[in-house]
Design a protein around this ligand. Structure first.
Ligand code: CA
Length: 227
C-alpha cells in the first residue's frame, strides 16, 4: 500500500482528495500549510506527494525545491490553479515530476498517481547495488549518485531515464519510447523535453558533455547508452 502525503490548505479539497485516495486503498496523510508539509515530506515516509502551489506560510514551489535539496526523491505532483506560472512548474530546477490544473477530474488524478507510482516501483533491483555510468557511481535502489564519493543530485526523472537506457544498453532507445516509459502519458511533454533532460544528464555523466561518450545521440531517432 503506497503512502501519499497531501499538502493542501482548502478543507473541502483536502477531504475530497483524502476520501478518493483512501477508496483506492492508499494510506493518506494530510498537511495544511507549506511548513507542515515540508517537515512531513522530509521524514521520507511517503511514496508520492500531492502538493498545492498556493499555500500559507511557504508556497508549493518553495516546498518542492526545499524537498529536493533535502534529497527527497519521491514523485511530487503539483496542484496548480489556472493561470499560475506553469512555466515555473515545468522549470526543471524545481524538481517537480508533474502538475495537474484545478479543477481536475478524480479519474485523471488517479491515473497520474498510478503512473508515477508504477514507475518508481519498477526500477529493477538487479542494478540496485551500484553501477558505474560515465563519471557517476549510481545506486538505483537508493536513488543516489556519486562522483568520487561526493553525492551528485539527480532528479527522479533523470534516474528513470538512466535506468531505462541502461535496461536497453547498447541499443537505440527512441525519444518516443522514453516519453512513454518515463513520462507515461503522451499529451504534455514533447520530444524536446526528452532532449533537454538528456542535455542536463550529460553535464553530470559525461567527462566532456560536448563530446558524449556514454549517452550517444542517434540522429533523428533517440539515444543509446554505451555500457
Ligand atoms: Ca491553496
Amino acid at each position: 500500500m503506497a503512502a501519499i502525503l497531501i499538502v493542501e490548505d482548502e478543507p473541502a479539497m483536502q477531504m475530497g482528495l483524502k476520501d478518493n485516495l483512501e477508496l483506492e486503498s492508499y494510506s493518506v496523510t494530510l498537511a495544511s500549510d507549506g511548513v507542515e508539509g515540508l517537515s512531513k515530506i522530509k521524514s521520507g515516509h511517503y511514496d508520492l506527494i500531492l502538493l498545492d502551489v498556493m499555500l500559507p506560510k511557504l508556497s508549493g514551489f518553495d516546498v518542492c525545491k526545499a524537498a529536493r535539496e533535502a534529497g527527497i526523491t519521491a514523485p511530487i505532483l503539483l496542484l496548480t490553479a489556472r493561470g499560475e506560472e506553469i512555466d515555473k512548474v515545468l522549470g526543471l530546477e524545481l524538481g517537480a515530476d508533474d502538475y495537474i490544473t484545478k479543477p481536475f477530474s478524480v479519474r485523471e488524478l488517479l491515473a497520474r498517481i498510478k503512473a508515477h507510482l508504477r514507475r518508481t516501483q519498477s526500477i529493477p533491483l538487479h542494478h540496485a547495488q551500484g553501477i558505474r555510468i560515465g563519471r557517476l557511481q549510481i545506486d538505483f535502489h537508493a536513488f543516489r549518485a556519486e562522483e568520487n564519493g561526493t553525492e551528485v543530485k539527480l532528479s527522479h526523472k533523470e534516474f528513470e531515464i538512466l535506468s531505462h537506457l541502461l535496461q536497453h544498453k547498447n541499443q537505440v532507445v527512441t525519444r518516443y519510447d522514453l516519453l512513454e516509459k518515463v513520462w507515461g502519458y503522451e499529451e504534455q511533454p514533447t520530444t524536446r523535453t526528452v532532449d533537454n533532460f538528456v542535455v542536463r544528464l550529460r553535464q553530470k555523466v559525461e567527462v566532456n558533455p560536448n563530446q558524449p561518450k556514454v549517452i550517444l545521440t542517434v540522429h533523428g531517432t533517440g539515444y543509446k547508452l554505451l555500457a
